[in-house]
Design a protein around this ligand. Structure first.
Ligand code: PNS
Length: 162
């Protein structure tokens, strides 16, 4: 079975992420969405909530599993018996950082490959940060995230709104 690990902060999961999951399922039999705590990024949502929302957003796919992981990504990839790390690349500006991470991970473990996938153009501008900013400013969210994610973000930023 070909297993791929799709790691990220997923704070929160967006339609851009699920688009990458759908594309990954054309290559891998099983995809694990691996949610990193990533305290450096000071996430809005805690890991448990990010995992829960990623599960909700991908519940229609039986071949997708969502888990939190700690420590080095390459160790986790090995532990899960995965073939490769999956990363979405939206624009050239993403590339330098992704290239650095992929090479570092390959140096740490020569058996682990990184596969880059491009999301649909309609999501090429979409980031979790943009979604959080929209939520904070009371903008529309439904085109960008699962309805439950939209609800949670709204409640988070505007707890007293009707
Ligand atoms: O979606 P993000 O926030 O860009 O994801 C970054 C992530 C979680 C993939 C990266 O920070 C990571 O792999 N963290 C785990 C720790 C690790 O292995 N670091 C060394 C490789 S950069």
């Amino acid at each position: 079975m070909r297993i791929g690990v799709y790691p990220g902060t997923f704070d929160p999961i967006t339609h851009g992420h699920t688009d990458i999951v759908v594309r990954s399922l054309r290559i891998f039999d099983h995809v694990i969405i691996a949610v990193a705590p990533n305290p450096r990024k000071q996430p809005l949502l805690d890991v448990a909530e990010r995992v829960e929302l990623a599960k909700l957003a991908t519940q229609e796919f039986a071949q997708v599993q969502v888990e939190a992981f700690d420590g080095l990504l390459v160790h986790y990839v090995r532990q899960r018996g995965a073939l490769a790390i999956i990363r979405g690349v939206r624009a050239f500006s993403d590339f330098e950082h992704e290239f650095q991470m992929a090479l570092l991970n390959r140096n740490l473990d020569h058996q682990v490959e990184t596969v880059f996938l491009m999301p649909s153009e309609e999501y090429s501008y979409l980031t979790s940060s943009v979604v959080k900013e929209l939520a904070m400013l009371g903008g529309p969210l439904e085109a960008y995230v699962h309805p439950e994610v939209a609800k949670r973000l709204r409640r988070r930023f505007h707890p007293f709104a009707s």
